[in-house]
Design a protein around this ligand. Structure first.
Ligand code: MG
Length: 374
């Protein structure tokens, strides 16, 4: 039973190019399937989340992170009687615009663009992928996704100012996105905050004592687990405690969002859109715990010395290759040379780099910049 404040598939604002309905999939289920069958989705397999394969084959990459976020999102959206199909499609597409090498790659690409008075934004890049770069259908460019999925791609994690982004004028920038899109930023956080503690611990970059000292909510659950399973191995106690942190975040997101909807008297999608702020949120108490986990990860993992060298390499590879193609546009593949006739060269070089996998960009670097990467 969908709530009245959910997005109902039959009320979708539709696709840019109208298509006949499918006999047994609604429009959001079709969009979910189109995302999964996109080339850009498959490339997520070889894009760094936090750890490269240098560390281990069983750590998260962007694809497995995306699958985890989709699963959390389905559960939370279902518990809130939201449109699970739309929420799942949005979760599956949420990281589609990320460049190679995780945050370091994104930072370097943005810095390179800023030298030309432009910028790189992964949400806007994801929109370009689904609207333009994916070419699967004879009748139109892109994936021809519904308005609600395109809107969610842009707005799931931040608001955009209409004056600064005139090209986005059609996306109701003065309105909040539906709850299905609002959830994604938070389910993404649940996913990576817990996963990065897990992978960081497995990589021996975070010690158990360090996590217990630095993450109070983890410590609370760890003490409980020690009472219940005093004989268990540390790794299993760690797993049990992390599971409890995970459940606390997900439970709180569900119950607090429900409470806020009730408290604000929100009954319809229209009211969700017109509300002055986003309604999907953690409670203040759990929000404080979320921040503690995130700060801990920044201080002890993302900015750790152990990962610094790899991040520096990533930034160097992205910025040197960007400069190379700016100076030698003829070395771009045919498709991008043609694009450069219609769009600015920095934007075209940026699009090319942003689409690359970690493996491909390293090959390109060794080919064009003539140096092995390690
Ligand atoms: Mg993500």
């Amino acid at each position: 039973m969908l709530a009245a404040y959910a997005v109902h598939a039959e009320q979708s604002r539709g696709r840019r190019f109208p298509e006949p309905p499918h006999p047994y999939r609604n429009d959001f289920q079709r969009d979910r399937d189109r995302v999964i069958h996109a080339r850009a989705f498959r490339r997520l397999e070889d894009k760094t989340q936090v750890f490269t394969r240098r560390y281990s084959d069983h750590f998260r990459n962007r694809l497995t992170h995306t699958i985890e976020v989709a699963q959390i999102t389905r559960t939370v959206a279902g518990a809130l009687n939201l449109n699970v199909d739309l929420a799942e499609a949005l979760a599956l597409v949420h990281d589609l615009g990320h460049p190679p090498f995780g945050h370091a790659g994104e930072k370097a690409l943005d810095a390179a663009m800023r030298e030309h008075g432009l910028f790189f934004d992964h949400n806007l890049h994801a929109l370009r992928i689904v609207e333009d770069f994916e070419q699967r259908y004879a009748a139109f460019r892109g994936l021809n996704l519904t308005f609600e999925v395109r809107e969610g791609i842009i707005k799931h994690s931040r608001d955009y100012d209409a004056a600064e982004h005139p090209a986005l004028a059609g996306y109701l920038l003065d309105k909040r996105p539906p709850l299905e899109a609002q959830l994604i930023d938070l389910t993404d956080e649940i996913g990576y905050n817990t996963a990065d503690l897990d992978d960081g611990y497995e990589a021996h970059l975070l010690a158990l004592e360090q996590i217990r000292d630095g993450v109070p909510v983890f410590e609370r659950f760890f003490r409980e687990v020690e009472q219940t399973y005093p004989e268990a191995a540390d790794k299993l106690k760690f797993n049990e405690s992390l599971k409890m942190v995970f459940n606390r975040l997900a439970d709180d997101l569900i119950t607090n969002t429900q409470a806020r909807l009730k408290q604000e008297g929100i009954e319809t999608l229209c009211e969700v859109r017109s509300h002055k702020e986003r309604l999907a949120a953690f409670s203040p108490e759990v929000e404080a715990e979320r921040k503690q986990i995130k700060n801990f990860l920044y201080e002890n993992l993302y900015y750790s010395l152990a990962l610094a060298e790899e991040k520096n390499d990533a930034e160097r590879i992205v910025s040197e290759l960007f400069r190379f193609w700016m100076n030698s546009p003829r070395a771009l593949p045919h498709y991008y040379r043609e694009k450069a006739a219609q769009e600015s060269l920095p934007r075209v070089v940026c699009d090319y780099i942003a689409g690359m996998t970690d493996h491909f960009i390293i090959d390109q670097y060794e080919k064009h910049c003539g140096r092995p990467t390690d």
